[in-house]
Design a protein around this ligand. Structure first.
Ligand SMILES: Cc1ncc(COP(=O)(O)O)c(C=O)c1O
Length: 468
């Protein structure tokens, strides 16, 4: 057979480098830049769109079968932390889909990656349809995980959701510790919405009517106000469970900063002590990094806390646009346990590659990294605000680009009202935890500048002045 391609280049490379594609991309980038330039501050809704917006939102609630937390429908266009809604209003988005858009809205590099993904032969990738990008993303994730040579993580399985990454993590743990079939978690943890994850998640209302899918036991978590007491409490509870069911526990499941639980970080001392105790009984350690990934002083929270050598199995998601389960060679399943038709959309994989490269270039990380600088600035500004409005907010709490404060009396009712008051004034945040309830921000690490933090503080200041 004769070749019809004298250049010897892959057709795919010819397509991606075709001058028409490059020209189209330049035009799209220029049009996007013009559109974005119009979205640089908070705006109220347009009068003439209010009725149609109301109807759109009601139709969405009806189709979905339940209301969403905010009456939020994006127009589909934004600019960094600014996002336009379908009613013409512009919000300052400091929650970004609960921690998802690491580069904010409409980042030019996301457009480039999406254009290239759109030209590829499949919309989704998966078990029998992997492109080279899937390999690149998997290798980059492992490279980031291996930044500390002690990390045993050497394999990576991509998937579509944090819950599914966690399901795979749990499968690997049970498979390797069979017949042990119990799990130990920290109180107040959140792991996702599948039947097994609803069982792990420490919220009774999330498993109403669901069958008992797993045997889960809880130990009290860290308490930064009383660290030593909290550690002793956790160790005592852990010891009690391990002795009550000897040989029955497969894994100790840990969120290193309780995300949905209210932004309670532990410490190196706390985690290493409870992990060491669990290891005495041969438990595998699972770090659920679906919310923390990318947001602290290192790419992984287990690196931030100096726990790399304990990372048997790690799940990630959200900011990476796709989700994944990482595990070590010793835990490789001995049968066809792990597979999926879809591992992610081709555009999500391309986007993940861009974001992981940003994590790899290191600017976000380290004591002088952008995540820490922004955290410190945001913290300072929140402290000033707390001093100006005594009794109305306290804190702040959290680490890196996970930051929260406690509103007023800390009741869920006050938190809900304040989150909605902030939303109406143009700032998007979200609730977390319930004892006390907190209001949290997950600003996009790639593009949040001090001026955006100032804009958020200015809105909060205004809202707090009249908030009762
Ligand atoms: C720590 C943690 N684990 C798991 C999940 C579930 O991820 P997903 O909603 O993508 O299934 C979440 C989501 O908020 C999370 O914060």
């Amino acid at each position: 057979m004769t070749s019809t391609n004298p250049s010897g280049k892959l057709v795919a490379d010819q397509l991606m480098n075709d001058p028409r594609v490059q020209q189209a991309e330049q035009l799209l980038q220029a049009a996007l830049a013009d559109a974005k330039a119009q979205l640089t501050e908070v705006r109220g809704p347009r009068q003439e769109l209010q009725e149609s917006y109301h109807q759109l939102v009601e139709r969405m609630f009806a189709a979905r079968g339940a209301a969403t937390y905010f009456r939020y429908l994006s127009s589909g266009v934004g600019n960094g932390p600014w996002v336009e809604l379908a009613d013409g209003s512009v919000k300052l988005d400091f929650i970004v889909g609960i921690g998802v858009y690491g580069l904010g809205h409409n980042h030019p590099e996301m457009l480039t990656s999406s254009i290239h993904a759109a030209l590829q032969s499949t919309i989704m990738q998966g078990n029998l349809q992997q492109h080279v990008d899937s390999l690149k993303v998997s290798e980059l994730l492992l490279k980031l995980a291996k930044q500390d040579s002690e990390s045993p993580l050497s394999h990576c399985l991509l998937t579509t959701s944090g819950a599914m990454a966690n399901e795979n993590a749990l499968k690997i743990a049970f498979h390797n510790r069979a017949p042990a079939d119990r799990v130990i978690c920290l109180e107040n943890c959140f792991a996702g919405r599948s039947i097994a994850m609803a069982q792990l998640t420490d919220r009774p209302q999330y498993r109403i009517g669901l069958p008992t899918a797993l045997a889960v036991d809880y130990i009290p978590g860290p308490d930064p106000a009383n660290p030593e007491e909290a550690l002793q409490r956790s160790l005592a509870a852990l010891d009690m469970h391990l002795k009550r069911y000897p040989g029955k526990y497969a894994t100790l499941w840990l969120e290193l900063v309780a995300g949905e639980g209210g932004y309670y970080p532990g410490s190196t001392e706390y985690f290493s002590k409870i992990i060491e105790r669990a290891k005495q009984d041969n438990l595998l350690i699972i770090f659920d990094e679906v919310q923390t990934f990318g947001r602290l002083s290192r790419p992984f929270a287990f690196q931030h806390f100096g726990l790399s050598k304990y990372a048997d199995i790690v799940s990630i998601g959200k900011i990476s646009q796709l989700c994944a389960t990482l595990y070590g060679e010793a835990l490789k399943p001995k049968g066809p346990l792990l597979s999926q038709t879809f591992t992610a959309a081709t555009s999500a994989i391309a986007a993940a590659h861009v974001i992981l490269q940003k994590m790899d270039d290191g600017q976000w990380y380290g004591p002088e990294g952008e995540n820490e600088k922004r955290h410190n600035y945001f913290r300072e500004r929140l402290e000033q605000l707390a001093a100006k409005h005594p009794g109305k907010i306290s804190g702040p709490w959290g680490l890196g680009m996970m930051i929260a404060f406690t509103p007023g009396d800390g009741s869920p009712e006050t938190a809900g009202r304040m989150v909605h008051a902030l939303y109406d004034a143009g700032l998007m945040s979200f609730v977390a935890g319930n004892k006390p309830a907190r209001i949290r921000f997950l600003p996009p690490p790639g593009i949040t500048h001090f001026e955006h933090i100032d804009a958020a503080i200015e809105i909060m200041d205004r809202v707090l002045t009249t908030f009762e």
